[in-house]
Design a protein around this ligand. Structure first.
Ligand code: ATP
Ligand code: MG
Length: 199
């Protein structure tokens, strides 16, 4: 063994001790609230990745897409027809397309009313609230009602909330928060959004 191998072995032993101690400490078993925020690319795709994980184990999953007008993305063809998945799509397009606050607000309310029963159903393992941060930002939903629904959800249920500029109180309440940083984006270099990559 070279010196470097010996040093590596020692370092790995130390690391294993630290990891084992951390694993031993994490004993609580409950669902978690995950927030995926920030300006970079990868928030919605991360949520769908977790949907795939849950469905893979036969769990029930409910997804609500706030903002999006149609469920027009590659994921749909993979997941559509899965009896364990229910997807609700808010019925209007992007807000800068509809430009009608009252219409958007109504659509948001309807989407939220459809989502609430899932947040109360202990048979649902995972609920995804995609792009919900904008609903809070525009004042279509109140932070209090969202937090109340999260707090009253079944103990083993996890919820993923995505979108830029997540509300401070939501970040504080969540168990896991990831901020996707926009270091670079192809779009800003003039490259068109692509089927199979961006939707
Ligand atoms: P994705 O759905 O690819 O995971 P996202 O959910 O992180 O992206 P959104 O803010 O919801 O990002 O953006 C939706 C669309 O805008 C996607 O097509 C995405 O690829 C694109 N996009 C994401 N981040 C950026 C960015 N920083 N600049 C330009 N376009 C972006
Ligand atoms: Mg998104």
């Amino acid at each position: 063994m070279t010196d470097r191998d010996t040093r590596h072995k020692k370092a790995m032993q130390k690391r294993k001790e630290i990891v084992d101690a951390k694993v031993a400490k994490a004993t609580e078993e409950r669902g978690i609230v995950i927030v995926i925020t920030g300006n970079g690319k990868g928030k919605t795709t991360s949520a769908w990745g977790t949907v795939a994980r849950s469905l893979g184990y036969g769990y029930k999953v409910a997804v609500t897409q706030f903002i999006k007008g149609t469920w027009d993305c590659g994921e749909r063809d993979i997941f559509e027809g899965n009896p364990n998945l229910s997807v609700h799509v808010m019925g209007t397009g992007f807000t800068w397309e509809t430009q009608d606050r009252e219409l958007d607000k109504k659509a948001c309310r309807a989407a939220w009313e459809q989502t609430l029963p899932h947040l109360q159903d202990d048979a649902v393992h995972l609920v995804v609230l995609d792009e919900i941060t904008y609903m809070l930002k525009y004042g279509y939903l109140e932070i209090e009602e969202v937090l109340e629904a999260l707090k009253n959800r079944p103990e083993q249920q996890s919820v993923i909330l995505t979108g830029r500029a997540a509300h401070r109180d939501l970040i504080e309440y969540a168990d896991t928060v990831s901020e996707v940083r926009d270091e670079k984006h192809a779009f800003n270099a003039g490259i068109k959004a692509q089927k199979g990559i961006d939707w």
